[in-house]
Ligand binder design. Structure first.
Ligand code: GAR
Length: 203
Protein backbone atom coordinates (compact mmCIF):
# COMPACT_ATOMS: atom_id res chain seq x y z
CA UNK A 1 0.00 0.00 0.00
CA UNK A 2 1.36 3.42 -0.88
CA UNK A 3 2.07 5.79 1.99
CA UNK A 4 0.23 9.07 2.53
CA UNK A 5 2.52 11.97 1.62
CA UNK A 6 2.55 14.69 4.24
CA UNK A 7 4.08 18.15 4.53
CA UNK A 8 4.92 19.40 8.02
CA UNK A 9 4.84 23.17 8.58
CA UNK A 10 6.86 24.52 11.49
CA UNK A 11 8.05 27.77 13.05
CA UNK A 12 10.17 26.54 15.94
CA UNK A 13 11.71 23.64 17.82
CA UNK A 14 9.86 20.93 15.99
CA UNK A 15 9.42 18.30 18.70
CA UNK A 16 6.09 17.35 17.11
CA UNK A 17 7.87 17.13 13.77
CA UNK A 18 10.36 14.79 15.46
CA UNK A 19 7.51 12.60 16.74
CA UNK A 20 6.22 12.35 13.16
CA UNK A 21 9.72 11.62 11.80
CA UNK A 22 10.11 8.83 14.36
CA UNK A 23 6.69 7.37 13.55
CA UNK A 24 7.42 7.45 9.81
CA UNK A 25 10.58 5.37 10.42
CA UNK A 26 8.42 2.42 11.45
CA UNK A 27 8.04 0.21 8.36
CA UNK A 28 4.30 -0.32 8.90
CA UNK A 29 3.49 3.38 9.46
CA UNK A 30 1.12 4.46 6.66
CA UNK A 31 2.54 7.98 6.05
CA UNK A 32 5.80 9.57 4.94
CA UNK A 33 7.07 13.13 5.21
CA UNK A 34 7.63 14.55 1.72
CA UNK A 35 8.54 18.09 2.77
CA UNK A 36 9.13 20.32 5.81
CA UNK A 37 8.43 24.05 5.45
CA UNK A 38 9.47 26.69 7.97
CA UNK A 39 8.56 30.37 7.87
CA UNK A 40 11.59 31.08 10.09
CA UNK A 41 15.20 30.58 9.05
CA UNK A 42 16.28 29.79 12.64
CA UNK A 43 13.71 27.08 13.38
CA UNK A 44 15.52 24.14 15.04
CA UNK A 45 13.02 21.81 13.40
CA UNK A 46 14.83 22.39 10.09
CA UNK A 47 17.87 20.59 11.53
CA UNK A 48 15.70 17.69 12.61
CA UNK A 49 14.37 17.38 9.04
CA UNK A 50 17.85 17.64 7.50
CA UNK A 51 19.15 14.92 9.83
CA UNK A 52 16.32 12.69 8.65
CA UNK A 53 17.14 13.53 4.98
CA UNK A 54 13.76 15.17 4.41
CA UNK A 55 13.57 18.05 1.88
CA UNK A 56 13.17 21.45 3.57
CA UNK A 57 12.03 24.85 2.33
CA UNK A 58 12.29 28.14 4.15
CA UNK A 59 9.50 30.46 3.09
CA UNK A 60 9.95 33.64 5.09
CA UNK A 61 6.66 35.50 5.50
CA UNK A 62 8.63 38.76 5.70
CA UNK A 63 9.56 38.35 2.01
CA UNK A 64 5.93 38.66 0.92
CA UNK A 65 3.74 41.73 0.69
CA UNK A 66 0.58 39.90 1.77
CA UNK A 67 -0.59 36.78 3.57
CA UNK A 68 -2.19 35.60 0.33
CA UNK A 69 1.10 35.80 -1.59
CA UNK A 70 2.97 33.96 1.18
CA UNK A 71 0.30 31.24 1.21
CA UNK A 72 0.38 30.98 -2.60
CA UNK A 73 4.11 30.27 -2.47
CA UNK A 74 3.56 27.58 0.17
CA UNK A 75 0.76 26.08 -1.91
CA UNK A 76 3.06 25.96 -4.94
CA UNK A 77 5.81 24.12 -3.03
CA UNK A 78 3.43 21.76 -1.27
CA UNK A 79 1.65 20.85 -4.50
CA UNK A 80 4.94 20.27 -6.34
CA UNK A 81 5.81 17.53 -3.80
CA UNK A 82 2.51 15.70 -4.32
CA UNK A 83 1.46 16.31 -0.73
CA UNK A 84 -1.86 14.80 0.35
CA UNK A 85 -2.01 16.04 3.97
CA UNK A 86 -0.58 19.20 5.58
CA UNK A 87 0.35 18.95 9.27
CA UNK A 88 0.78 22.24 11.13
CA UNK A 89 3.22 21.56 13.97
CA UNK A 90 3.89 24.71 15.94
CA UNK A 91 3.37 26.79 12.80
CA UNK A 92 2.66 30.20 14.24
CA UNK A 93 1.17 31.99 11.23
CA UNK A 94 -2.48 32.51 10.46
CA UNK A 95 -3.40 31.19 7.02
CA UNK A 96 -5.59 32.95 4.47
CA UNK A 97 -9.18 31.82 3.98
CA UNK A 98 -8.32 30.89 0.40
CA UNK A 99 -5.52 28.52 1.45
CA UNK A 100 -7.57 26.99 4.27
CA UNK A 101 -10.60 26.49 2.02
CA UNK A 102 -8.48 24.86 -0.67
CA UNK A 103 -6.96 22.41 1.82
CA UNK A 104 -10.02 21.83 4.03
CA UNK A 105 -10.15 18.19 5.06
CA UNK A 106 -6.49 17.79 4.09
CA UNK A 107 -4.86 20.05 6.69
CA UNK A 108 -4.59 19.34 10.41
CA UNK A 109 -3.19 21.21 13.41
CA UNK A 110 -2.11 20.31 16.91
CA UNK A 111 -2.98 22.69 19.72
CA UNK A 112 -1.88 22.48 23.37
CA UNK A 113 -5.31 22.65 25.03
CA UNK A 114 -8.60 20.85 25.05
CA UNK A 115 -10.33 22.92 22.37
CA UNK A 116 -12.54 24.88 22.31
CA UNK A 117 -10.88 26.05 25.55
CA UNK A 118 -7.80 28.29 25.36
CA UNK A 119 -7.40 29.08 21.68
CA UNK A 120 -4.45 31.27 20.76
CA UNK A 121 -0.69 31.51 20.98
CA UNK A 122 -0.14 30.69 24.68
CA UNK A 123 -2.73 28.11 25.64
CA UNK A 124 -0.72 26.65 28.52
CA UNK A 125 -0.33 30.03 30.26
CA UNK A 126 -4.03 30.64 29.80
CA UNK A 127 -4.92 27.22 31.23
CA UNK A 128 -2.72 27.78 34.31
CA UNK A 129 -4.08 31.30 34.81
CA UNK A 130 -7.68 30.08 34.57
CA UNK A 131 -7.08 27.32 37.11
CA UNK A 132 -8.44 24.36 35.15
CA UNK A 133 -7.69 20.98 36.74
CA UNK A 134 -7.42 19.06 33.46
CA UNK A 135 -5.84 20.20 30.22
CA UNK A 136 -4.36 18.41 27.23
CA UNK A 137 -3.99 18.64 23.49
CA UNK A 138 -6.22 18.53 20.44
CA UNK A 139 -5.58 17.44 16.86
CA UNK A 140 -8.16 18.94 14.51
CA UNK A 141 -8.84 19.72 10.88
CA UNK A 142 -8.10 23.36 10.13
CA UNK A 143 -11.02 25.62 9.33
CA UNK A 144 -11.05 29.33 8.57
CA UNK A 145 -11.57 30.31 12.22
CA UNK A 146 -8.36 30.16 14.34
CA UNK A 147 -7.88 26.95 16.38
CA UNK A 148 -11.21 25.58 15.17
CA UNK A 149 -12.39 22.77 12.95
CA UNK A 150 -13.54 19.16 13.35
CA UNK A 151 -11.68 17.47 16.21
CA UNK A 152 -9.89 14.20 15.41
CA UNK A 153 -8.55 13.31 18.84
CA UNK A 154 -7.67 14.72 22.23
CA UNK A 155 -5.46 13.57 25.08
CA UNK A 156 -5.68 14.84 28.65
CA UNK A 157 -3.24 15.66 31.45
CA UNK A 158 -3.80 16.78 35.05
CA UNK A 159 -2.93 20.37 35.99
CA UNK A 160 -1.08 20.25 39.31
CA UNK A 161 -1.21 22.81 42.13
CA UNK A 162 2.29 24.16 41.59
CA UNK A 163 2.30 24.07 37.78
CA UNK A 164 3.58 27.09 35.94
CA UNK A 165 3.30 27.51 32.17
CA UNK A 166 6.46 25.53 31.42
CA UNK A 167 5.64 22.60 33.70
CA UNK A 168 2.21 22.23 32.13
CA UNK A 169 3.56 22.73 28.59
CA UNK A 170 6.08 19.90 29.10
CA UNK A 171 3.37 17.52 30.35
CA UNK A 172 1.05 18.43 27.46
CA UNK A 173 3.86 18.13 24.91
CA UNK A 174 4.47 14.49 25.92
CA UNK A 175 0.86 13.77 25.00
CA UNK A 176 1.13 15.79 21.77
CA UNK A 177 3.94 13.48 20.66
CA UNK A 178 1.56 10.51 21.00
CA UNK A 179 -1.52 12.26 19.63
CA UNK A 180 -0.09 13.65 16.40
CA UNK A 181 1.31 10.42 14.92
CA UNK A 182 -1.88 8.64 15.97
CA UNK A 183 -4.08 11.22 14.22
CA UNK A 184 -2.00 11.02 11.03
CA UNK A 185 -2.24 7.23 11.14
CA UNK A 186 -6.04 7.36 11.45
CA UNK A 187 -6.27 9.69 8.44
CA UNK A 188 -3.83 7.64 6.37
CA UNK A 189 -5.87 4.53 7.14
CA UNK A 190 -8.99 6.42 5.97
CA UNK A 191 -10.69 5.98 9.34
CA UNK A 192 -11.60 9.64 9.81
CA UNK A 193 -14.84 10.92 8.28
CA UNK A 194 -15.78 14.59 8.55
CA UNK A 195 -19.43 14.97 9.48
CA UNK A 196 -20.30 18.67 9.62
CA UNK A 197 -18.55 20.21 12.61
CA UNK A 198 -17.48 16.79 13.91
CA UNK A 199 -15.52 13.77 12.84
CA UNK A 200 -16.49 10.16 13.08
CA UNK A 201 -13.62 7.77 13.77
CA UNK A 202 -14.26 4.35 12.30
CA UNK A 203 -12.98 1.19 13.99
C1 GAR B 1 3.28 22.76 20.51
O1 GAR B 1 2.94 22.76 21.87
C2 GAR B 1 2.03 23.03 19.66
O2 GAR B 1 0.89 22.41 20.16
C3 GAR B 1 1.94 24.52 19.76
O3 GAR B 1 3.25 24.96 19.61
C4 GAR B 1 4.15 23.98 20.16
C5 GAR B 1 5.19 23.64 19.13
O4 GAR B 1 6.16 22.79 19.67
N1 GAR B 1 1.06 25.07 18.78
C6 GAR B 1 0.24 26.10 19.01
O5 GAR B 1 0.19 26.69 20.07
C7 GAR B 1 -0.64 26.48 17.84
N2 GAR B 1 -1.69 27.37 18.25
P1 GAR B 1 7.17 22.00 18.74
O6 GAR B 1 7.77 23.02 17.77
O7 GAR B 1 8.19 21.47 19.68
O8 GAR B 1 6.40 20.93 18.01
Amino acid sequence: MSKLKIAVLISGGGTNLQALIDACKQPDYPAEIALVISNRTDAYGLKRAEEAHIPTKIINHKDFSSREKFDAQMDKEISSYGVELICLAGFMRLLSDEFVTKWFGKMINIHPSLLPAFKGADANSDAVAYGVKISGCTVHFVSTEMDSGPIILQRTVPVLNDDDRDALAARVLEQEHLAYPEAVRLIAEEKVVIDGYKTIIED
